[in-house]
Ligand binder design. Structure first.
Ligand SMILES: C[S@@+](CC[C@H](N)C(=O)[O-])C[C@H]1O[C@@H](n2cnc3c(N)ncnc32)[C@H](O)[C@@H]1O
Length: 291
């Protein structure tokens, strides 16, 4: 007899690999506990399809056996692989472009003057995915401050997914990945292509500004800041409210007075931060305090 629930049906599509509601619940709990990612009830087929190849690779005949491996103390690498497989990494250059207008017009001019007189600029792309966001930040910066590399200017870019970080570090993108880049900004981002292939390469000046690092935002941060601007966009949306609230509080505490926090278009800060972070543009906040 065919089972009635969709989780088990999803498993049966593959005929031999069983995937039960209990397996799905356990995976949700593990991912929530480690990465803060809150998988919705409707993501069971996504979980099944993203993990199936790993279940097969480990010669497991069902998800319960796979979970035994993933949660055993000596298979931390498999746990990391599972978390990586269940992250959502959608991104693009100049995503939510109004944030880069604020960066260009309101955030950077003053910071650049200060850097030229010996100050420092620290920017952070938290949940940077495959690098489009921090490279966009760097391109805007270099368009205003071409010799930024000669000053104390750094951009930190972090993510929990080592695969997307590897793409970011490679600095290589397909032509189809750069369609969202305004024509006038291309010269700041990419090397001349010499018409050779269908890929573009990020300019060395931008790469020098950015340090890519693995960082799980839920864990302690081995960084002290303070940051002048933090972009954490379309990351917290996958987390539950308590985790989001804690994350906003931690960003608040690591921001410089007068520093900026940029969040995704469908994310909200909540009332807890109203006294310290003031809305200053669409999903952009400035830290209140003596500058
Ligand atoms: C949808 S992408 C957003 C990328 C970019 N910020 C943007 O808006 O285009 C979300 C990124 O957050 C990362 N992420 C999810 N949970 C995380 C966590 N706990 N710590 C660090 N990064 C996380 C994912 O791996 C993914 O690359």
């Amino acid at each position: 007899m065919l089972p009635q629930n969709s989780q088990l049906l999803a498993g049966l599509i593959d005929h031999d690999i069983e995937f039960h509601p209990e397996d799905f619940r356990k995976i949700c709990a593990v991912v929530q506990g480690i990465a803060g990612i809150n998988l919705s009830d409707s993501s069971n087929t996504l979980v099944f399809s993203r993990l199936l190849k790993h279940v097969r690779r480990l010669n497991c005949t069902n998800f319960a056996a796979y979970l035994d491996i993933v949660t055993s103390a000596d298979r931390r690498n498999e746990l990391d692989t599972m978390i990586t497989a269940l992250t959502t990494n959608t991104t693009r250059f100049f995503r939510e472009p109004y944030h880069f207008d604020i960066l260009r017009e309101n955030v950077l001019p003053d910071l650049i003057s200060r850097a030229k007189s010996g100050g420092r600029i620290r920017l952070w792309s938290a949940g940077c995915s495959s690098g489009e966001e921090p490279y966009t930040m760097a391109a805007v910066l270099l368009s205003l401050f071409p010799d930024a590399n000669a000053y104390d200017v750094k951009i930190l870019a972090t993510d929990i997914n080592p695969n997307v970080l590897a793409t970011a570090e490679s600095g290589i993108y397909k032509n189809s990945d750069i369609e969202s880049v305004p024509e006038k900004m291309k010269k700041f981002l990419f090397l001349d292509r010499h018409g050779k292939n269908d890929h573009v390469e990020i300019k060395p000046d931008l790469r020098k500004l950015i340090t890519f690092k693995y960082l799980n935002l839920i864990d302690p941060w081995p960084i002290s800041g303070p940051f002048n601007a933090i972009f954490c966009r379309n990351v917290a949306i996958y987390m539950d409210e308590a985790t989001q609230t804690r994350l906003w509080q931690r960003f608040d505490s690591i921001l410089d007075a007068g520093g900026y926090l940029f969040i995704g278009h469908s994310e909200r800060l909540g009332v807890e931060r109203a006294d310290t972070l003031r809305l200053c543009g669409k999903t952009c906040f400035v830290k209140i305090g003596d500058v």
